[in-house]
Design a binder for this molecule. Structure first.
Ligand code: BDR
Ligand code: CA
Length: 310
């Protein structure tokens, strides 16, 4: 199994991503680290603890940063609800593991016998803090797989995607780390639309508590007009599970090597990931950008894995 650390901000789609990872024998989840993002750390931390407990997983959960490296914390309550899980109440999980996220990540990188994959599905603060404080440990990172950025329009500003925009300096640190980076951008995740038919297909797979929680959480996400069909909404993008699914079933995706650079300026482009898909800059590629997704295969994988959890 691929050893991974998952850094997240649950988060409705983070919840499904965590459950997918915990249900998948292809991955060995060494730790879950938590960052403030969709909602504050005060809420994302108990959410992560509750999800790990719901899946009966013995995985340490560490609290991390409650704000970006620079500037102020801003949440995304419009999408995820005030509690981060769309009002779906889970039984409380256990206590957080001792040690803050960046320390825990460094300890694992230092001591794990194999190089470790970092999965980032929230603002990149914890991952950046771990690497910037002990750069030599980057050699122990096999790759960094992110849900972040967009080559097209953003979702929090016209230019920027939420995770990239929330801590652009942290993302720039990951880009400078020299480790292989994989981006599941908004353009990719817009192909992973939760529709009423897909939710109904999941519900028909059983009544385990994890499957039901995933369905209820996803049902809480209001469809966005941008993804609407004629006369009504088609679905909502299931962003974060795309990053996890790529490690499990890369055959469901196509990808392209590109140069990715951050816009760190103070203007309207701040937080934009400038992705050179057509090699206009001549800059050497520093990332793999996922381009297309077999959405039916992706939803079948998710349903199958969620149905095998408690
Ligand atoms: C990303 O931001 C959050 O709202 C989601 O959990 C996802 O990680 C999408 O822009
Ligand atoms: Ca997230």
């Amino acid at each position: 199994a691929i050893p991974v650390i998952i850094d997240c901000d649950p988060g409705t789609d983070d919840a499904v991503a965590l459950l997918l990872a915990l249900a998948s024998p292809e991955l060995s989840v060494l730790a879950v680290t938590v960052v403030g993002g969709n909602v504050g750390l005060r809420q994302t931390l108990p959410n992560a603890l509750a999800l790990v407990a719901l899946a009966n997983a013995a995985v340490p959960v560490h609290a991390g940063a409650d704000r970006p490296l620079l500037g102020q914390f801003t949440s995304e309550k419009r999408v995820h609800g005030a509690d981060g899980l769309g009002g779906v109440v889970l039984p409380p999980g256990g206590p957080a593991a001792p040690g803050v996220a960046a320390d825990a990540i460094r300890t694992i990188l230092r001591t794990h016998p194999e190089p470790v994959t970092l999965i980032g599905i929230g603002p990149a603060t914890n991952l950046a803090l771990a690497l910037v404080t002990e750069p030599a440990l980057a050699a122990r990172v096999s790759q960094i797989v992110l849900m972040s950025g967009a080559w097209g329009e953003g979702n929090v500003t016209p230019a920027a995607e939420f995770n990239a925009w929330s801590d652009p300096e942290a993302l720039a640190i990951l880009l400078a780390s020299g480790r292989p980076l994989v981006f599941a951008t908004l353009d990719l995740t817009a192909q992973a639309l939760v529709t009423p038919a897909r939710l109904a297909a999941w519900r028909a797979l059983g009544n385990g508590r994890c499957l039901l929680a995933a369905c209820d959480i996803q049902a809480s996400v209001a469809p966005l007009p941008r993804f609407g069909g004629q006369g009504g909404a088609l679905g909502t993008p299931l962003h974060d599970p795309c990053a996890v699914a790529w490690l499990i079933r890369p055959d469901l995706f196509t990808a392209r090597a590109c140069s990715v650079r951050m816009d760190l300026g103070p203007g309207p482009g701040r937080g934009r990931t400038v992705i050179d898909r057509w090699d206009r800059t001549g800059d050497p590629p520093n990332a793999t950008v996922l381009e297309t997704l077999d959405a039916n295969g992706f939803f079948a994988l998710l349903g199958h894995r969620l149905a095998h959890l408690p």
